[in-house]
Design a protein around this ligand. Structure first.
Ligand code: NAD
Length: 374
């Protein structure tokens, strides 16, 4: 009987190994400890960029076999159970790691969350601590990518590039007043949030010869050296022809642009948001655009983007009426959370995420883990 059981056990472990090898695409060295990571919200760029880096990690390490599996599902309290048997999960900007999801992850045996982004506004830090999950992020990948995209949005809105390009492609080479823009040179440009991305943006703005006004809870010496002047929020609203939102989404910054701000704004201001959708009360934005108080708007983020972004909705009706009114407004230029999307930034996101996993694998936990969110 023992002989039969041993044989059965051997063949079962062979089958399990075969399944694991099939999933990871590489034979598993039995001397290696397997570290399984489930990557949520996987789109094509994620798998394409992680797979070669995981392969070279495994070639270098003789003690650990990193197995990264991928799901298109977003993390929430219902999909958290997919992580059963995984030691780590890899998340992105629209995954919801709230207390409920974290408690399910913890029950599934997950010990580590690696964010492949900088922002962690959808992670309940307190719950992660309570359930003993370490959380590491990519604090900076390319501030240039985001700052440059913010400028691209500004110039697209200001110089009506999408509309102009569509007209020219339809062989309409006329000019009319709907295409009229303004010089940024000499205008007052406000940057709200002068951290890593905000500072790069400030430097670009000074290149335009604009008057740089800044607002932040911490003043940056670099921004002052560039000639930037720190002022109150109200002065930004009153004086600026262009306002960039460059701060994180926090309870103190949620809906920082709301209906009570509209009467304070300089008429015709262009608003650019590449940070987080929740900074703007979108209904107030829509009414500001309709009244002409807001002259134009460039958005890479939207407060309810989780239902739509990173998915193809071209064959289905968009039922979010606020989103529909933004999409239908020719003063709005919108991209779907792609400001970070440059090859340099992706390279850094993937390599820092692997580094974070590597640090965890060498025993670092909680606040001792580099790039921890607490
Ligand atoms: P950062 O932490 O370096 O800078 C944020 C700045 O905001 C800091 O200077 C901070 O003092 C300031 N700030 C915080 N609370 C404030 C408040 N209440 N009022 C005014 N200022 C306040 O962050 P970063 O790397 O510059 O990134 C900024 C944001 O950009 C991130 O939080 C993230 O949400 C967003 N982001 C978006 C993309 C994208 O692809 N669209 C990519 C990366 C980052």
């Amino acid at each position: 009987v023992i002989k039969i059981l041993t044989l059965r056990l051997r063949s079962t472990s062979k089958i399990v190994r075969a399944i694991v090898e099939q999933k990871s695409g590489a034979p598993v060295d039995s001397k290696k400890k397997v570290l399984k990571v489930l990557c949520y919200d996987t789109t094509s760029w994620v798998k394409e960029n992680f797979e070669p880096k995981v392969k070279s990690f495994n070639e270098k390490r003789d003690d650990i076999e990193l197995q990264m599996n991928y799901t298109q599902d977003r993390l929430n309290d219902k999909t958290a159970r997919f992580a059963a048997g995984y030691e780590a999960v890899c998340l992105f900007v629209n995954d919801t790691a709230d207390a409920e999801s974290i408690s399910v992850l913890s029950m599934c045996g997950v010990k580590l969350i690696v964010m492949r982004c900088a922002g962690f506004d959808r992670v309940d830090v307190k719950a992660a601590k309570t359930f003993g999950l370490s959380v590491a992020r990519v604090p900076a990948y390319s501030p240039y990518a985001v700052a440059e995209h913010a400028i691209a949005l500004l110039m697209s809105v200001n110089r009506r590039i999408p509309a102009a390009s569509t007209r020219v492609k339809m062989s309409n080479f006329t000019l009319e007043s709907s295409l009229l823009g303004m010089d940024i040179h000499g205008k007052s440009v406000g940057v709200m949030g002068t951290g890593k991305i905000g500072q790069i943006l400030c430097r670009i703005i000074t290149g335009f010869g604009a008057n740089l006004l800044a607002y932040d809870v911490f003043e940056s010496a670099e921004v002052k050296d560039m000639g930037g002047k720190y002022v109150s929020k109200e002065e930004i609203y009153k004086n600026c022809d262009v306002i960039f939102l460059m701060m994180p989404l926090l309870p103190s910054t949620t809906h920082i642009i709301n209906s009570s701000v509209l009467p304070l704004l300089k008429k015709g201001v262009i608003l650019i948001n590449t940070s987080r959708g929740g900074l703007v009360d979108t209904s107030a934005l829509v009414s500001g655009l309709q009244s002409g108080v807001i002259g134009g708007c460039g958005l890479d983020v939207y407060e309810n983007e989780g239902d739509y972004f990173f998915q193809d909705w071209s064959g289905k009706p968009v039922v979010d009426n606020t989103l529909v009114s933004l999409l239908g407004n020719n003063r709005v230029v919108m991209t779907a959370h792609q400001a970070f999307f440059t090859s340099e930034a992706i390279d850094k996101i993937v390599s820092t995420t692997i580094e974070n996993i590597d640090n965890y694998s060498s025993g670092l936990r909680g606040g001792n883990l580099p790039n921890s969110i607490w």
